[in-house]
Design a protein around this ligand. Structure first.
Ligand code: GLY
Ligand code: MN
Ligand code: MN
Length: 437
């Protein structure tokens, strides 16, 4: 189920084929982050570093030097240390990096100041993503200055610096068969979490208790962590886009919006369902819910190769504006309302984003100033929403305090799209049936 070492090797080869002759790419790993005093957050590898290596240790640096006779793939890492390993677990060490991760050459990271300047020296181009890690940026500049200071003795400082992001993120945008298998599994686990939350939901429970139901399902199925902090917003909390307090009581008659997805083997899923706390949609909830479902279907219908990135969003906007006019929440001509973005008061985000190792995954949305054309192997979310905060006095009272979003994870296929998260019910009939069972 996991990504094979052969695939990591292919990724590096692919990237190196795009690099210019006599160049070098440098990718530092993530480092441990303090949570409190002497306690760290659970370590999570940097997605770029992981994509190119599969290595899950902190304090490492990956270096690619296409065409280098003594090895193109070089790793700096922590040395083995029985004392540290007794407390914190195994380290690969330089030898392990060669044996397990197929590095051509590996050195202790404590020696990087001695070795890396020699690898940088004389390169025409350095691919490196500046500005993400201040400490490492400074180290790189230090090495370059060290080479400059030896110019009189014939040392040649590296030529241009180029951001690695663009090239690497283009590769990450197209998912392989193995990546899609993992992402389908992740989306399915998340869908099961949403089902569990629907089945266990009762008025009087707290939002965090529903969060716990999802987390239980994720962890039981091998995905220990969510891909992002879960949002469980009942009633008007659903209108707060990044609500993560999850501390309120679930009340009879309200809806609850859950935006929660697990991360499986580093791949994210991102799923939202909105359902009634008591298992039955009220009249107003039903009407607005059907509208969001229409928006989502209209958007999904536009996910196909050859269409551009913005077509699904445009379709959701049209469906929403038509619906709001029909219901009397907006007044005027649909076309002019769309033109002046009148819907923005109810729908203030976009219909989706790329999905992959990062929940808001990498990849350009525009190419040469045009919206990007969708191609098979790209993965995105489709997540329209409709939010009427309690403070919106421009609409009839009966609509206020309702927030709805429906979010699925979708692959662009050769012929159209594949929804990976369809295990979580989303029609009113399906949701009411599951909650009644
Ligand atoms: N959960 C973050 C998002 O939906 O984009
Ligand atoms: Mn989401
Ligand atoms: Mn999303």
């Amino acid at each position: 189920m996991i990504i094979s070492m052969a695939e990591y090797n292919r990724r590096r080869k692919h990237l190196m084929a795009l690099m210019e002759p006599n160049s070098i790419a440098i990718v530092p790993s993530a480092s441990e982050q303090l949570r409190s005093r002497d306690t760290t957050y659970h370590f999570r590898q940097d997605s770029d570093f992981y994509y190119l290596s599969g290595i899950t240790e902190p304090d490492a640096v990956l270096v690619l030097i296409p065409g280098r006779r003594h090895g193109q793939f070089v790793v700096f890492c922590r040395e083995r240390d029985s004392g540290q390993e007794l407390w914190h677990g195994n380290r690969a060490g330089p030898e392990g990096m060669c044996e397990l991760y197929r590095a051509d050459d590996a050195f202790p990271v404590s020696d990087i100041d001695e070795i890396l300047p020699g690898l940088l020296e004389g390169r025409d181009r350095v691919y490196y993503s500046l500005g993400r890690r201040t400490e490492f940026d400074r180290q790189i500049m230090g090495w370059v200055n060290q080479i400059r200071s030896q110019e009189a003795s014939g040392a040649v400082p590296p030529g241009e610096f180029t951001d690695l992001d663009h090239m690497l993120h283009e590769l990450r945008l197209y998912k392989s068969a193995a990546e899609l298998r993992l992402m389908r599994k992740a989306a399915d686990i998340s869908a099961r979490g949403h089902c569990r939350a629907m089945q266990r939901c009762k008025s009087g429970m707290y939002e965090y208790q529903l969060e716990a139901e999802l987390q239980y399902e994720f962890a039981q199925r091998g995905a220990r962590f969510p891909a992002y902090p879960s949002i469980v917003g009942s009633g008007a909390n659903a209108c707060v886009m990044h609500y993560t307090d999850n501390g309120d009581k679930l009340r009879d008659g309200e809806l609850v919006l859950i935006d929660a997805g697990c991360e499986l083997e580093y791949y994210a899923s991102d799923v939202t369902r909105t359902f009634p706390v008591n298992g039955r949609f009220s009249k107003e909830q039903r009407v607005l819910y059907e509208l969001v479902l229409n928006m989502q279907q209209a958007a999904i219908d536009q996910v196909k190769p050859g269409n551009h990135w913005n077509q699904p969003h445009d379709a959701s906007v049209t469906a929403l504006t038509e619906g709001l006019v029909e219901l009397g929440l907006l007044r005027g001509r649909v076309s002019s309302l769309i033109k002046r973005k009148a819907y923005r008061e109810f729908y203030m985000h976009r219909v989706g984003h790329w999905l992959g190792l990062d929940v808001h995954d990498v990849g350009d949305y525009r190419v040469a100033e045009q919206w990007r054309v969708l191609e098979p192997g790209m993965v995105m979310t489709v997540e329209p929403g409709l939010y009427v905060p309690v403070g919106n006095t421009r609409v009839a009272k009966k609509w206020r305090g309702i927030g709805i979003r429906i979010e699925d994870d979708v692959i662009v296929t050769d012929t159209g799209s594949e929804i990976m998260s369809s295990g979580a019910p989303k029609t009113i009939e399906e949701i009411e049936a599951l909650m009644a069972a």
